[in-house]
Design a protein around this ligand. Structure first.
Ligand code: PLP
Length: 393
């Protein structure tokens, strides 16, 4: 079978060999339960403590502010619902989220709405930016939480989180930042951002799937969602995913060490891919901010092209790409992110996201630009031929 070119690093990344090596002992031989009272278990506990310190260090936090979860989705659910429930006791029942958040945040907020909270969705500009002014406008005296992601998973737009952090601090409202897409590629420091909660996920930065972490600033009240054995200082019960936690720490440390060079290299490849596609398909429109975007994100709309058949044809031609968010790709459902940019419904269902990573080469970029352009031209040719037949020409 032909080897396909992987351009979907925003959906997930391959596991790094060094990360796998760091994880293996905790799967193979070190099986003690970290909560047990004997030496073998203390060794496992020490591995978790070390991983916690490493994750904390990577984001400029203290170890006691890091809680391990089963991934980004759980970290975000814990933050959104846990903070809202804790704040309700203080009479706060209003949650502010940007319109372009990941579904983990939007659906958690929708759940809160069903529990009697009011939810405000902050509109974005045509590049997908939720400004601090727009966030300020959405806030009320009863706002319990503000959630604005660091960088968008579909269109790559980087949000002005530092400005929003200053605003929320001034108003004394907890601020949640989803750094799932950014942690491997951009500087992420909780004090520089000024957030109170921040979520990361291992499988977006060459770590394993099913493990993530939530940073909670000291003093921020969060109600647990999982009750049980009191692990993670009572905030997230359940026997720890030791190998996953060690893998997350190893992956995050490696990402931080290589971030600057990786971002520079990816930006050059990204801009080349954008330029190549634009040259070959002049009416292609780039979605997201032209410069304030993730170094590995390319996202286009092509007028008159059906997004689903584009992805299918790219798959047949050996390109693994996506329409944007992994859970809606393969269906014609319009993307909430593209709709929030103001794109008409047909265009919002026809996006193409190409995301690059550490194994992407210049040859891959050139080949994908060729394949995308040829596929678009072929699909358009077919549409013209079909229209001719329809009109009896
Ligand atoms: N937030 C963003 C921005 C994401 O891209 C994703 C993954 O697609 C998530 C949250 C969910 O993370 P996980 O897959 O670890 O549950």
């Amino acid at each position: 079978m032909m080897e396909s070119i992987y351009m979907d690093y925003a959906a997930t990344t391959p596991l790094d060999d060094a990360v796998l090596d760091a994880m293996l002992p905790w799967l193979r031989s070190e099986y003690g339960n970290p909560s047990s009272p004997y030496a073998a278990a203390r060794k496992v506990r020490a591995a978790i403590d070390e991983a916690r310190a490493q994750v904390a260090d990577a984001i400029g936090a203290g170890p006691s502010e890091v809680y391990f979860t089963s991934g980004g989705t759980e970290a975000l659910n814990l933050a959104v619902k846990g903070v809202a429930f804790a704040q309700r006791e203080r009479g706060r029942d209003h949650v502010v989220v940007s319109a372009v958040e990941h579904r983990a945040v939007l659906e958690a907020a929708a759940f809160l709405e069903r529990q009697g909270f009011a939810v405000a969705h902050v509109p974005v500009d045509r590049y997908g930016v939720a400004s601090a002014e727009a966030v300020a406008e959405a806030m009320r005296p009863t706002t319990a939480l503000v959630a604005v992601m660091h960088a968008n998973n579909e269109i790559g737009t980087i949000q002005p989180v530092e400005a929003i952090g200053r605003l929320t601090k001034e108003r004394g409202v907890p601020f949640l930042v989803d750094a799932v897409q950014s942690a491997g590629l951009l500087e992420v420091n909780v004090d520089d951002i000024g957030c109170d909660l921040l979520a990361v996920s291992a499988h977006k930065l060459y770590g394993p799937k099913g493990v993530g972490a939530l940073y909670v600033r000291r003093g921020t009240k969060v109600e647990p969602l999982l009750h049980g054995g009191g692990q993670e200082r009572g905030l997230r019960a359940g026997t720890e995913n030791v190998a996953g936690i060690v893998g997350l720490a190893a992956a995050l440390r490696a990402a931080v060490a290589n971030r600057r060079e990786a971002a520079l290299a990816l930006t050059a490849l990204r801009d080349r891919l954008i330029e190549d596609i634009r040259r070959r398909v002049p009416d292609a429109t780039l979605n997201g901010h032209p410069t304030r975007r993730l170094p590995n994100n390319v996202h286009f709309s092509f007028p008159g092209i059906n997004g689903e058949s584009l992805l299918m044809n790219l798959d047949l031609a050996g390109v693994a790409a996506s329409s944007g968010s992994a859970c809606t790709s393969g269906s014609l459902e319009a993307s909430h992110v593209l709709l929030a940019l103001g794109l008409p419904k047909e265009m919002a269902a026809a996006g193409l996201r190409l995301t690059l990573g550490k194994h992407t080469s210049r040859e891959d970029v050139a080949a994908v630009a060729d394949i995308v352009a040829e596929t678009i031209h072929r699909l358009r040719g077919r549409a013209v031929a079909a229209a001719r037949i329809l009109h009896g020409e």
